[in-house]
Design a binder for this molecule. Structure first.
Ligand SMILES: Cc1ncc(COP(=O)(O)O)c(C=O)c1O
Length: 455
């Protein structure tokens, strides 16, 4: 039998099985270097993850030093100094809004654990029927069966639907394509009120938690909710004893110009899921943080939370978390994320007149662009063009990696890209990045009819 018939001679099972991948051999600052010496601006910091910048000696040292002391102990049997320190620093970073932290190995695990904490809270509060999770369409919460069931990005779900439990989703907070055909002048927060309708229909005694990204990640590329949205959501949750869980896997750790995105909305969640930038781009780690009243309920009743993963709370990852938080403060990087985000937005506005640029949105260093066929009607481009995927590929040819996404139009079509560079990016580097995007947009990508594998 013939072996390894793919374009890639390696034994790697890739995301795109028929694509030739560029091999990145080194990275420094905001730049990636391939094994042929070509340089690329990392304009999305991977999947909006590398917050600090690449190649920081201190980050490498902290991992090496910790590995020499103790690299692993099991959290069920022991605690360890880096775990205690990292939990303390996360709570401190929340201004003590959070009081206890459960570490995991990434964003999906954080979402899964957060929903399980909600379940356990209700069990220990004498409400065993409060099990339903409500989330939003056009959201992304991760790729395991649970997290994917709560995810609302239809293209990510479709192949695996038979494995997903039937949880419900409400419309997204997506002003550019409001599902209620409202404008900022006529908006009465219908998309927030939809939560109350859903809770009523499911029966308040059956609903455990509402899960949302405070600012939408890749599935809506930086959509920021209307003013008052999360205040109304908090009010509804409080009325029906439904916990509010924020998925800050992408938005946390300074990405939006504040340590946590919830600070923009003057609303504190009951459960906070973190990942991506929590490890600065140096270690796979996530976490769930909760206020004291959530932890206390479980502590004073069953006294045990029997969920988790083998690598949870490992000293290596926790040492990286503490160093990441220190690094953000010592280098004033959260304020920098705000400042450079404003500058990036200002530069992106120069592309607003391009016939395909429909919306430029976001906050901090999370800036998305949605492309449309008709700016007036907001008609999306036909998905057969695979426009944003081709645009991202063209940017790569010109020396810049940028993440793209689709499906924002109710899962049927839509084209977006998102900037999410490391916070150390300079104004000159932003100028260079936007210039590359401008050049890529000058290409007639819509006349390319060759097949392009995308998602
Ligand atoms: C908002 C959000 N939640 C959860 C996840 C899942 O995180 P991970 O891929 O680290 O499991 C992601 C990843 O993109 C995300 O953006």
């Amino acid at each position: 039998m013939e072996k390894n018939t793919s374009k890639d001679p390696s034994h790697v099972f890739h995301f795109f099985l028929n694509r030739e991948y560029i091999s990145i051999a080194e990275a420094k600052g905001i730049y990636l270097y391939d094994d042929r010496g070509n340089r690329y601006i990392d304009a999305s910091g991977g999947p909006i993850l590398c917050n600090l910048g690449h190649g920081i000696e201190e980050m490498a040292t902290v991992i090496a030093d910790q590995a020499k002391k103790v690299s692993y102990v099991h959290r069920i049997d022991f605690t360890n100094p880096p775990l205690i320190e990292a939990a303390h620093k996360v709570c401190q970073a929340s201004g003590d809004a959070m009081d206890k932290v459960f570490f995991v190995s990434g964003g999906t695990e954080a979402v899964e654990i957060g929903v399980k904490i909600a379940r356990k809270y209700h069990l220990d509060n004498g409400a065993p029927f409060k099990t339903r999770v409500i989330s939003r369409w056009q959201s992304y919460h991760g790729s395991t069966a649970g997290a994917l069931a709560w995810t609302g990005a239809t293209s990510r779900r479709s192949d695996f639907l038979p494995y997903l439990h039937d949880f419900t989703h409400i419309p997204p907070a997506y002003c550019y394509r409001c599902w209620f055909d409202k404008t900022p002048d006529t908006c009465h927060l219908e998309c927030a009120n939809a939560l109350e309708n859903e809770i009523m229909c499911l029966g308040p005694d059956n609903v455990s938690v509402f899960l949302a990204e405070p600012v939408s990640g890749m599935s809506l590329c930086g959509a920021v909710p209307a003013k008052g949205y999360f205040k109304r959501i908090r009010e509804i949750c409080d009325t029906y004893d439904v916990l509010l869980m924020f998925d800050e896997v992408m938005t946390g750790m300074g990405r939006t110009g504040k340590m946590f995105a919830y600070e923009h909305f003057d609303v504190v969640p009951d459960i906070l899921a973190l990942g991506k930038g929590l490890g600065g781009g140096y270690f796979p780690i996530g976490a769930v943080a909760v206020p004291d009243y959530i932890h206390q309920k479980i502590a004073e009743n069953s006294g045990m939370f029997g969920a988790g993963h083998s690598w949870g709370g490992n000293p290596l990852g926790c040492a990286v978390v503490s160093k990441t938080i220190d690094y953000l403060y010592d280098h004033n990087l959260i304020d920098r994320s705000h400042q450079m985000g404003m500058y990036l937005d200002h530069k992106l506005q120069t592309l607003k007149s391009h016939p395909l640029v429909g919306d430029i949105r976001g906050i901090g260093l999370m800036r998305g662009i949605e492309f449309v066929e008709d700016k007036k009607t907001r008609k999306p481009l036909d998905s057969t063009y695979a426009f944003s995927a081709r645009l991202s590929a063209e940017c790569l040819k010109q020396g810049m990696f940028i993440e793209y996404s689709g499906g924002c139009n109710r899962g049927q079509s839509g084209d977006m890209i998102m900037f999410g560079p490391p916070f150390i990016i300079t104004e000159a580097q932003i100028d260079a990045a936007v210039e590359i995007l401008g050049h890529a947009l000058e290409k007639d990508l819509l006349s390319d009819t060759s097949h392009f594998s995308t998602f």
